[in-house]
Design a protein around this ligand. Structure first.
Ligand code: SF4
Ligand code: FES
Length: 246
């Protein structure tokens, strides 16, 4: 297979696409196994291996950020790059591999980008304050209707990968932030700090330099966890209510 990979030595360096050939790719390999094998081939030739992020390799940590053939996490739907398999490509294909591009995600090296902006947004309000000194209330003490519990759980499946930002023409982080806001907004435990949460998280999102949402919907299509745009509508409603209250 032919690979065209973005190589960039550091955040200030000028990057470029570099072409490689990789052999012995099995259709059963995950995309990251193929990248590992390619790196081994580069190391054997005395060349610098390609830097890329990964951790769990089972679709739950959100680390494997790659823009493959123009799509975040590649051509498959509802999967991360680590869950993408080489059987999705054909023998002899040329695959273009780039980092997740956004001003708020500076390139660290090659395909690895700095997504700590997401951490700072989470720290601004993506939590509830509870007493954990031994008096914690039993989780089932407050009945929650099934519809709300299911919606909150769906929102909570966001893994913070950043594919929504990379897919958006405005580099908007609205899908991510709205998932984090929604998972609490739908539950009674989240209502106590709801006003501060949405104001602080949205303010932090703006400070980090993410763009605005223009309802294109690319984020929802490319999200590996199927996070719905309805979360953005819920966050906008929460934000409006909080602005009136504050
Ligand atoms: S909303 Fe989807 S694409 Fe965006 S960070 Fe969460 S899981 Fe990733
Ligand atoms: S490496 Fe964890 S989601 Fe891909």
């Amino acid at each position: 297979m032919k690979l065209k990979i973005w190589r960039q030595a550091n955040v200030n360096a000028q990057g470029e696409m570099v072409s490689y050939s990789v052999s012995d790719v099995s259709p059963d390999m995950s995309f990251l196994e193929m990248m590992d094998m390619h790196n081994e081939q580069l190391i054997k030739k005395g060349e610098d291996p390609v830097a890329f992020d990964h951790d769990c390799r089972e679709g739950i940590c959100g680390m494997c950020s790659m823009f493959i053939n123009g799509e975040a996490h590649g051509p498959d739907r509802l999967v991360t790059t680590c869950q993408l398999h080489m059987r999705k490509f054909k023998d002899g294909d040329t695959i273009t591999i780039e980092p997740f591009r956004a001003n708020a995600f500076p390139v660290i090296k090659d395909l690895a980008v700095d997504r700590s902006a997401f951490d700072r947004i989470q720290q601004a309000g993506g939590f509830i304050s509870v007493n954990t000194s031994g008096n914690t209330q039993d989780a089932n003490a407050i009945p929650i209707n099934k519809h709300d519990a299911d919606k909150a759980f769906d929102a909570a499946t966001c893994i913070g990968c950043g594919a929504c930002v990379a897919s958006c023409k405005n580099a908007s982080a609205m899908l991510f932030v709205s998932a984090k806001v929604s998972q609490y907004a739908l539950l009674p435990q989240g209502k106590v700090e709801a006003t501060d949460r949405v104001l602080n998280m949205v303010n932090q999102m703006d400070e980090e330099g993410f763009g605005n949402c223009t309802n294109t919907g690319a984020c929802e299509v490319e999200c590996p966890k199927g996070i719905s745009l309805e979360n953005i509508a819920r966050m906008n409603k929460e934000y409006l209510t909080a602005t009136i209250k504050s």
